[in-house]
Ligand binder design. Structure first.
Ligand code: PEP
Length: 251
């Protein structure tokens, strides 16, 4: 049984005060939730304060990125040990906004994944095709390239710490969601790649989240797909009501 995960990626939204206020409101609303893991990913500046506000709750904390080195002359970056010290147990890696906006390559994703795993963090590794790639019939090729490149050199044991997120770039922040069937196809392909590379048990166990304009109105249809193990939510995770409704997709 794969426990679903609903993770909110707040991107560059929310001050420290707004982030703390959000989780103070969220906590009691989801306190009884057991059917899924709940995760929020605030900006770096709010991590420590949100960690304190989440203490004793059933909500996990993620960073949105990390650098692969432990320390060094990397202006603007933070390391795995730094985000762990700030209270994170998860970290999003390879989000398309980093791949496309910051030139992040599969090789960089790979170094970040290894650094996160070595620090005992759970990476949420994002992959997904652009609209042009989908229209050119290259979706599976892109997923295979990102999977092989991003997860190169990991042992099956290291891979067991990892979650993946299928995020078609054309669906992120556009209001255009992949149909549940289309998403399930890509998830099935990723699972097949995991089985080939890390063994059948890994393929059965890996949790693959869907991301791309997930909202309270479409989460039920997505979660009805056997292949979809949760959601990485951007825009709709910024309001307590819509994030809570997504977490409670079963109710
Ligand atoms: C995301 O940021 O990972 C995302 C999927 O954003 P949105 O839900 O806004 O499309």
């Amino acid at each position: 049984m794969r426990k679903p995960v609903i993770a909110g990626n707040w991107k560059m939204y929310k001050t420290i005060a707004e982030a703390v206020e959000f989780v103070k409101r969220l906590r009691p609303l989801v306190a009884r939730v057991e059917h899924c893991e709940i995760v929020v990913a605030p900006p770096f500046t709010a991590l420590r304060a949100v960690c304190d506000a989440l203490r004793g709750s059933n909500i996990g904390l993620a960073a949105q990125d990390l650098h692969w080195e432990r320390e060094g002359p990397y202006t603007g970056d933070v390391s795995a040990s730094m985000i762990r010290e700030a209270g994170c147990t998860y970290v999003i890696i390879g989000h398309s906004e980093r791949r496309h906006g910051h030139g992040e390559t599969d090789a960089m994703v790979n170094r970040k994944v290894k650094a996160a795993v070595a620090e005992g963090l759970t990476p949420i590794v994002c992959v997904g095709e652009t609209l042009a790639e989908r229209e050119a019939g290259k979706t599976l090729e892109v997923l295979a390239r990102q999977f092989e490149g991003g997860l190169a050199g990991l042992t099956a044991q290291e891979f067991s710490r990892i979650m993946m997120a299928y995020e078609p770039v054309w669906a992120i922040g556009t209001g255009r969601t992949a149909t549940p069937q289309l998403a399930a196809e890509s998830h099935g392909e990723l699972r097949r790649l995991v089985s080939l590379r890390f063994g059948e048990a890994a393929g059965k166990q890996v949790r693959i989240l869907y991301g791309g304009s997930v909202k309270p109105e479409n989460i039920g249809g997505l979660m009805a797909e056997e292949q979809i193990d949760g959601a990485l939510v951007g825009g709709a995770s910024l309001a307590v009501d819509s994030f809570t409704a997504i977490v409670n997709y079963r109710l």
